[in-house]
Ligand binder design. Structure first.
Ligand code: MOS
Length: 746
């Protein structure tokens, strides 16, 4: 790949290569150690009983029966639960919701922990929890958006989005020759990572060791330390493998606190692992939304206004909102834009971040509304988007750090064959008599960058160890980050050992927000560069080195050799330098964060265009997504195989959002009726047909030193709307509620 970035940043032979997952063999052969695979000596098991009502009080619990069960060691309820030093209503970090840890008898949602049973075996703990036989004082649960009043959000914290308004909204509406006013609904969705949340907690005095999967090691240490009144540095978290995170494992959650509490109370290590059913409650979800979109256009299809009002469900006791209307920001060139948020308190667990939080739901509604507006304006949906293409960030006029969205539209449309699309719906039929429809959606996601530190150790034997704490949640970071590190050290990938997923390592920031590769990768690159700088200084100071006296020059390292930037012939191998100096290793440190001036001057986003084909049986309305083509521009792609995988996974999740996923609440009990992987539907292989990803080349000199934007979340955005629009194109039916089901089309 040609390198057009700053001269200090050089990529060797590793970055840009489709290396296979370095953790793959361990994972598929079962040798990877997940949190719940740890069995310290003398370990107990904790199982919590979950509320089967959504609103009310726990009246009675038969703790005597549970305590009498063989193997049961302790039973904790709100009446005897040992004290916590931290307040469960406080949020110790920005990645915290209020938690439920048996602090009182109030039930706030179905699935809330109401008692904890600790036993010698998992079977005894499970049976003990069953014997508790809770009785409740019931109140009618509120589970639908119409079940309570809305409240306005005024904050600007994560999950508490405030309004964003620019231009004259009323004038925008007034200037429209054509207008639409449509309302879309999206359901509650649950992450369902294959690995459920788990902890193995072990206390030694006031030091705490945790094996628990987390996307945010440092913040999790701080949060758990807070609840137990110990300094954050007394907590060690090991999280080398995650069986999926998706945002669910970003926040500190109540059940983990209960596991830690059980270990402290018994003086023995304790394991607590959620069942699949327990994943539907205390560990976050994507909240239900209702979104009203009013768009207007003047002649030529130019938008005069985008007015996006979102209502999102949250719990009765906390504020996290699915910030759907945020998806309208920074995309189309309307002179006036309003995105506002309100919440509704329901008797449900508190929502949290779920892959593309806000944007997934908001993009679904926006891209459908754009299709409706194009239809009203008599324009091809892609032409309509191009007519409203923003060359600078709408609202601020800031230049984009890079934006290859036009190329995404062009390359995606070309590959898909969009040009032959008839404008009217119900015009295409395949050889089997199925209705065929084509739709498009624009993909957009931010490219945040966090702060990270890393360490690189180059050894005299020609190998290196690179370390940064942030975990790979299954997306392949372990491999892509090692590629970056190997290039920074001028070594082949197989000479570089990569250690991550341990809070004792240099703080790697957060594996989230699609920012992990940029953030941790930046730190690793800096650490490797620090090693090469030291190696160069050693050589330059040594009269026996061909680099002697080259102290002010810049050095390049490749294939275990260091040489002058402007003269490749002048240099020597790492081994020669180590042999003369007699040293065993050189340690380098690095950190990474975005340059605040670049962040101030530029708008930064990843972009993409997703094209969908669906086929619908005209009689039975059976529905299939037969083709998806996504073209994405997301800065530098470190590993095209893994990036393609991420984008495909996102597009499949978009299919899931469009056609499958929905938590179904029983309105009488407030329980989720489909709280398992049989009833909670997600696409399987048979639901995924043509799936194609195009990487659109994009150089970005501002987003960070490596030019990486991230691909973790953007694939969902765009896809949902593309599929819904294709369904309209096939059938002429506009369905404004997700997931779109067969019965909606009858
Ligand atoms: Mo993601 S929802 O930032 O893990």
């Amino acid at each position: 790949m040609p390198d057009t970035l700053s001269p200090q940043i050089r990529f060797g032979s590793n970055s840009g290569q489709p290396a296979t997952r370095r953790d793959g063999v361990a994972k598929v052969t079962g040798t990877a150690t997940y949190a719940a695979d740890n069995h310290p000596d003398n370990m107990l098991y904790a199982v919590y009983a979950a509320a089967t009502i959504a609103r009310g009080r726990v009246a009675t619990l038969d703790t005597a029966a549970a305590e009498a069960h063989p193997g049961v060691v302790r039973v904790f309820t709100h009446e005897n639960r040992p004290e916590l030093q931290g307040d469960p209503d406080e949020k110790p970090t920005m990645f915290s919701n209020r938690i439920e840890v048996l602090q009182n008898d109030i039930v706030r949602y179905a699935g809330q922990p109401i008692a904890l049973v600790i036993a010698e075996t998992i079977e005894a703990a499970t049976e003990g929890a069953r014997l508790l036989d809770p009785r409740y004082d019931l109140q009618p649960p509120r589970t639908k958006i119409d079940d309570n009043e809305t409240f306005e959000i005024t904050g600007q914290a994560f999950g508490q989005p405030g309004p964003t308004i620019y231009g004259d909204i009323e004038a925008g509406h007034a200037a429209a020759d054509l207008a639409i006013d449509v309302t879309y609904e999206t359901p509650g969705q649950f992450h369902n990572a294959m690995e459920t949340h788990s902890v193995v907690a072990k206390w030694t005095g006031d030091r705490l060791e945790l094996d628990t999967p987390t996307q945010a090691l440092t913040m999790s240490c701080a949060a758990y330390a807070y609840f137990f009144g110990i300094p954050a540095e007394n907590v060690t978290i090991r999280s080398p493998y995650l069986g999926g995170g998706f945002g669910s494992k970003a926040f500190a959650v109540g059940p983990i606190v209960l596991g830690i509490l059980a270990a402290r109370a018994t003086g023995r290590p304790v394991k607590l692992s959620l069942t699949r059913q327990q994943m539907f409650g205390p560990v976050g979800h994507r909240g239900t939304t209702r979104q009203r979109l009013r768009l207007g256009t003047a002649s030529g299809g130019a938008l005069t206004v985008i007015d996006h009002q979102g209502i999102a469900a949250t719990s009765s006791f906390d504020d996290f909102l699915e910030a759907a209307p945020n998806a309208t920001q920074g995309l189309y060139a309307a002179p006036a834009l309003s995105s506002t948020h309100s919440g509704v308190r329901l008797d449900i667990g508190t929502p949290g971040p779920m892959r593309a939080p806000g944007e997934a739901s908001g993009s679904a509604a926006l891209e459908c509304a754009m299709d409706e507006m194009a239809e009203a304006a008599g324009m091809d949906p892609l032409d309509f988007r191009l007519a409203n293409y923003s060359e600078t960030e709408p609202g601020t006029g800031k230049p984009f750090s890079s934006k290859k969205l036009r190329e995404c539209y062009e390359q995606g449309a070309e590959r898909f064959g969009w040009a032959s699309r008839p404008r009217e719906p119900r015009q295409m039929m395949d050889e089997n008599g199925l209705l065929v429809g084509w739709g498009v959606g624009t993909a957009l996601f931010g490219c945040p960058m966090f702060q990270a530190e890393a360490r690189a150790t180059l050894r005299s034997d020609g190998t290196a160890l690179v370390e940064t704490s942030a975990a790979d949640m299954g997306q392949g970071a372990w491999t892509a980050l090692a590629q970056i590190a190997a290039d920074s050290l001028g070594l082949p990938l197989d000479k570089v050992e990569f250690r991550a997923g341990d809070s004792a390592l240099p703080d790697g920031g957060v594996a989230g927000g699609s920012g992990h590769t940029a953030t941790a990768g930046g730190a690793l690159h800096a650490a490797g560069s620090d090693v090469i700088r030291q190696l160069g200084e050693l050589a330059a100071a040594d009269p026996d080195s061909p680099l002697h006296g080259a102290g002010n020059a810049s050095f390049v390292a490749r294939d275990g050799r260091i040489f002058l930037d402007n003269d490749e012939s002048r240099g020597e191998t790492f081994a020669e330098i180590f042999a003369r100096s007699g040293g065993a290793e050189i340690v380098g440190n690095g950190n990474a964060a975005r340059n605040p001036e670049d962040a101030q001057r530029h708008a930064m986003s990843s972009h993409g265009a997703v094209f969908a084909e669906v086929k619908v049986d005209p009689d039975l309305c059976q529905l299939r997504v037969t083709r998806l083509v996504g073209a994405f521009a997301a800065g530098r792609i470190i590993n095209p195989r893994l990036a393609e995988s991420q984008l495909m996974g996102g597009m499949i999740w978009g299919t899931s959002f469009a056609l499958h996923e929905e938590a179904k609440y029983d309105t009488r009990t407030g329980r989720i009726m489909n709280s398992d992987l049989a009833g909670y539907q997600v696409p399987v292989n048979a639901d995924v047909h043509g799936l194609e990803v195009i990487h659109v080349h994009e150089d970005d000199p501002y987003v960070n030193v490596l030019g990486i934007k991230g691909v973790g979340e953007i694939g969902i955005t765009g896809t949902v709307g593309a599929i819904a629009n294709a369904i309209y194109h096939a059938t002429g039916k506009r369905i404004r509620r997700f997931p779109i089901r067969i019965q909606d089309l009858l």
